[in-house]
Design a protein around this ligand. Structure first.
Ligand code: SF4
Ligand code: SF4
Length: 495
């Protein structure tokens, strides 16, 4: 993007004072141009990352495989006769295997998000951008898309050659095949995404008949387009310019966090082996042979030898590349490695790096994460699969019926969050002789909500005039330990 910007000595018509210094004082003159053209954004240079094999590349592929096995596979798993994981927004129920969450249970979803956030903080403080390098969807899909690209267009040099050459039949079919494969994968990704919100096994016949609802179609195409655009075209630009996590994750780092580092003390002065040989044995040659392989494999196109940069996503491709070079030239691995700023500067051994793990920041994150996780698990464990809400009938205050008996009317909202039906008996306590009508037990089907009007009666003379605290209790007829209670107010009219 280019934007014309007037220099300070220009008038509104853009006429320039001939004696004026160019913008920036001693900067280069703009010649006779009336406008200085400033590029607000650097033009993107196409990056052709070289494929690399190694321990970290294998680890990343393992993460790609596992995360995508979960993502694509989960909508196909059934549980209790329905989809195991389904966020049914229309029915406002979230199914997570045996757990059914209702809007009232959003506290658990909030707790889950807090756990994920603190997990991310902890991992980042310990090991830098491991999330970005191995499990972030942007990394994962870029990896898959690049894999397809390599299979169709060839290795790095072949891809560069293909892009430089004019259009030909070969270029056309290779480019078309790549985009078709990308498009098919992106569409399947969009379909799988929607499968978390709309049952997957119903989506497929709709796909065959091309009879999606408008919202399903919108989200499938939207997600597919986002995947295709981000992983196929934008790639490292998403990490560099769009990702909010890239902006604030440095606040979680410190000098003892693991990062990908180049050991300058060992590597410099860098020079090709031929030059080092020419200079002789006494020459001050470092271990870096300046082969630039670490730069060629970098998906964000940076040179890690220039120091820690925010564009580095911590993928460790350069570590694999440099290790392979060190193996070839028979030097120890680890010229580029996972280390900490303190360790590289002070030459700390691995044991000291491990010891420095237990610093206050890590302990605080771990404590918070552990506490929230324990609360989350404990509250889920004691969770009863029934909820009770009591609404007083505001239309009728407490009133006297036959024989001086006082009656209040309520509406009980009972939510059975369980996936099997229950039979509950309703009782009320708080005033001697309280009776609830109807006295029969209430049947409530699996995952159903029932609104039950009840009348509560207190004998003549029981309770104080005005409001009295009472408590409704719902107790399962078969399993008395399954019960829930809710407080309410019983009004005794003043005489
Ligand atoms: S791969 Fe290693 S040896 Fe080659 S340029 Fe990079 S740091 Fe130097
Ligand atoms: S510098 Fe190394 S770790 Fe960082 S993004 Fe590039 S290849 Fe990955």
């Amino acid at each position: 993007m280019e934007e014309a910007v007037m220099t300070p000595r220009q008038d509104k018509q853009g006429k320039q004072d001939k004696d004026a210094e160019p913008a920036g004082g001693s900067g280069p003159r703009q010649g006779k141009d009336e406008y200085a053209v400033i590029r607000m954004y650097e033009a993107r240079e196409q990056i052709y990352p070289r494929e690399i094999k190694g321990r970290y590349a294998s680890l990343r592929w393992l993460c790609v495989f596992l995360t995508q096995l979960v993502f694509y596979g989960m909508p196909w798993i059934n549980w209790n006769g329905r989809q195991a994981v389904l966020f049914d927004l229309a029915a406002r129920k979230f199914y997570l295997f045996g757990l059914v969450l209702w809007p009232q249970d959003f506290i658990w979803l909030a707790a889950l998000l807090i756990i994920c956030a603190f997990g991310l903080f902890l991992f980042t403080a310990v090991a830098g951008r491991v999330w970005c390098g191995y499990a972030c969807p942007q990394t994962v899909y870029t990896e898959i898309f690049m894999w397809i690209e390599r299979r169709i267009e060839g290795a790095r040099s072949a891809r560069m050659r293909l892009d430089r050459q004019p259009w030909s039949f070969e270029k056309l079919w290779r480019k078309s095949a790549k985009h078709l494969a990308w498009g098919a994968l992106a569409l399947w990704t969009g379909l799988s995404f929607v499968g978390y919100f709309s049952p997957m096994r119903e989506l497929l016949p709709e796909l065959a008949a091309f009879a999606f609802g408008p919202w399903e179609l919108f989200w499938i195409l939207f997600y597919a387009l986002a995947t295709y655009g981000n992983a196929g075209w934008m790639r490292e630009q998403v990490c560099k310019y769009m990702c909010p996590y890239a902006r604030f994750q440095s606040a979680m780092f410190d000098r003892d966090s693991l990062i990908i580092t180049y050991d300058g003390a060992r590597g410099e002065p860098r020079m090709p082996q031929a030059k080092a040989a020419r200079l002789g044995a006494g020459a001050p040659a470092g271990d870096c042979i300046d082969c630039t392989l670490c730069v060629q494999v970098c998906p964000t196109g940076i040179d890690i030898r220039e120091g820690l940069q925010y564009m580095c996503i911590g993928c460790a491709a350069c570590v694999d590349a440099c290790d392979s070079v060190m193996d070839k030239i028979k030097r120890p691995r680890g010229l580029i490695r996972y280390s900490t700023e303190n360790a590289v500067e002070q030459g700390l051994p691995a044991s000291a790096i491990r010891r420095r793990l237990l610093r206050p920041r890590i302990l605080i994150y771990t404590a918070i994460l552990g506490a929230v996780a324990a609360l989350f698990a404990g509250s889920l464990w004691v969770r009863t699969p029934v909820k009770l809400d009591v609404i007083r009938d505001r239309g009728s205050m407490g009133r006297e019926v036959e024989d001086g008996i006082i009656e209040n009317v309520y509406r009980l909202q009972i939510i059975n969050t369980d996936e099997r039906g229950h039979r509950y008996r309703i009782t009320a306590t708080g005033i001697a002789g309280l009776a609830v009508a109807p006295a029969d037990a209430i049947d409530i089907a699996a995952t159903q909500t029932l609104s039950v009007p009840v009348r509560v009666r207190a004998p003549h003379g029981a309770g104080e005039s005005g409001s009295n605290k009472i408590r409704f209790e719902l107790r399962d007829e078969e399993d008395p330990t399954l019960r829930v209670s809710e407080k309410a107010v019983f009004i005794v009219p003043r005489p």
